[in-house]
Design a protein around this ligand. Structure first.
Ligand code: SF4
Length: 328
């Protein structure tokens, strides 16, 4: 029996005080990942601070931006009228992410901080640097069909599992943080770390720091945006490849593009090389495939996931083509 204390504070300051930056304390959102991890004894906190009831507002501002409280359930975000009209790629990413039951429980903050679904991470009989630093990684020479082809290191090749984060990274979302030393904001793109030599350190959060909200800056052309997810089965599964994309096209020329990739990288992946390759180019199928080639040029597949390179290119080119009205 593992002793566990559960606390439900009335505000964020109380939550941060209770947590106190202790390594054995965890914030609890909807519990759709943390409870699984506790059942498997991958996570063994002595204190759980329930923050799901805090930060529950969505503020659609007149300037086109939206502020989303971190305690909001995923369903509420996906169904919000302003989210659906201003940032359809985000609503679609959330709807593609999980069943209605999971979406009704999962919170925005918890979704962002969910942990990898690498099989070996969940199997305590396997070597896993993320679970036990320095122990090795059984995925690298093992069954690695679902693992990363971008952003990996010799220490860890696990993918980040969130669909929502792929849309958020494409939208230049800003994370509002609150901790023991005050409040700060950082780009979502900088929140998750690459594994490098320390895959056990997944974010730049300070001990006890809490995600308070996510801000989506105004992006008028995001009304022309979408999310496409390729997975092993039509019912809910994690992505093999996913693409969040928005295109600004005028007179057949791409003025700006925003692209995120999921299922292929160790963190929510902003496809900067593809974006840069598209600016000023004709919105044609050839341009879209050239952009996809540029993004995947540094892909490093493992023994079992080489198919992801071509799958990612084709999925990205197809998604951009759809947004552009399927040009030749
Ligand atoms: Fe662990 Fe990462 Fe290796 Fe999976 S890929 S076994 S999470 S170190």
């Amino acid at each position: 029996m593992i002793e566990l204390r559960y606390e439900k504070p009335v505000d964020r300051v109380g939550a941060i005080d209770l947590h106190g930056g202790r390594g054995t304390a965890r914030y609890l959102g909807g519990g759709t990942n943390l409870i699984d991890l506790m059942r498997e004894e991958i996570e063994q906190p002595s204190l759980v601070v329930d923050v799901a009831g805090l930060s529950n507002e969505i503020e659609a501002r007149d300037d086109g931006s939206i502020l989303i409280g971190a305690g909001i359930r995923n369903t509420a975000v996906a169904e919000h009228r302003a989210v659906r009209s201003r940032f359809p790629l985000l609503a679609r990413a959330i709807l593609a992410g999980a069943s209605a039951q999971i979406r009704n429980m999962a919170t925005v903050g918890g979704n962002i901080l969910q942990r990898t679904r690498c099989y070996y991470f969940y199997d305590s009989a396997s070597r896993c640097n993320k679970r036990i630093p320095g122990s090795g990684c059984d995925a690298i020479d093992g069954f690695n069909r679902i693992h990363a082809i971008l952003g990996a290191s010799p220490s860890c090749v696990a993918t980040h599992p969130s669909d929502m984060c792929v849309a958020l990274v494409a939208l230049d979302a800003i994370v509002h943080l609150q901790g023991m030393s005050g409040v700060r904001t950082i780009p979502l793109m900088d929140l998750h770390r690459l594994p490098e030599g320390h895959p056990e350190i997944e974010t730049v959060l300070e001990p006890g720091e809490l995600i308070a909200a996510i801000e989506l800056p105004a992006l008028p052309f995001a009304r022309r945006s979408t999310y496409r997810k390729v997975r092993d089965r039509a019912s809910y599964a994690f992505a093999l490849v996913s693409v969040a994309a928005a295109l600004d096209i005028e007179a057949g020329i791409v003025r700006e593009a925003r692209i995120g990739l999921g299922g292929v990288a160790t963190k929510p992946w902003r496809a900067k090389a593809a974006e840069q390759a598209l600016v000023g180019k004709k919105a044609t199928a050839a341009s879209f495939m050239a952009a996809a080639e540029a993004e995947l040029a540094d892909a490093a597949p493992l023994s079992g996931n080489g198919f992801k390179v071509e799958l990612a290119k084709r999925t990205l080119a197809l998604t951009l083509g759809e947004l552009a009205g399927d040009p030749a």
